[in-house]
Design a protein around this ligand. Structure first.
Ligand code: THU
Length: 160
């Protein structure tokens, strides 16, 4: 028997103004698209923006449904759009932001487990890390260098 430890390195930025310039632009796009989320039930608005290696920015926001499980998260709306429109173009960075009509969202909102799994598929596919930057409405931003860091011991094609 042996015990191992898996570490998750993170970088914390105090505000958007500290981000690298290209990520600042990406976070601005995520904020913009967050504002048109369709979230009448949770009133929790999420925006995601992906920077592709060809310079394209793909955005998405959460789309809810009266039949709750039929709704979809912002990250998957965005990543599936990238996968369908640019199937052979690598994803470099993802910026995520969330706000709520009920409470101020002051801490960084991490992607849910299902979104991590979906995003991880593309990192494995492209054989190159995807950096993830996530924040609330304002305030600190957390960055992980890869999906692998956010979802260690992931299920992937190697098991099939
Ligand atoms: N949501 C996202 O869009 N992304 C996440 O990673 C977590 C949750 C959405 C789904 C739902 O519309 C609302 O936030 C509340 O869960």
């Amino acid at each position: 028997m042996k015990k191992l430890e898996i570490k998750t390195p993170i970088t914390i930025y105090d505000s958007v103004s500290e981000l690298p310039d290209d990520v600042k632009v990406l976070m601005d796009e995520a904020v913009k698209i967050r504002k048109s989320a369709y979230a009448p039930y949770s009133k929790f608005h999420v925006g995601a923006a992906l920077l592709l290696e060809n310079g394209e920015v793909i955005t998405g926001n959460n789309q809810e449904n009266a039949a709750y499980p039929s709704g979809m998260c912002a990250e998957r709306v965005a990543v599936w759009q990238a996968g369908s429109r640019f199937p052979n173009v690598k994803i470099k960075n993802i910026a995520i932001t969330a706000s709520s009509k009920e409470n101020p969202v002051t801490k960084p909102v991490a992607p849910c487990g299902a979104c991590r799994q979906s995003l991880s598929e593309y990192e494995v596919k492209q054989e190159e890390d995807i950096a993830i930057y996530f924040m609330g409405e304002t305030g600190q931003i957390i960055k992980t260098d890869s999906l692998h860091d956010l979802l260690p011991l992931a299920f992937d094609k190697s098991f099939l």
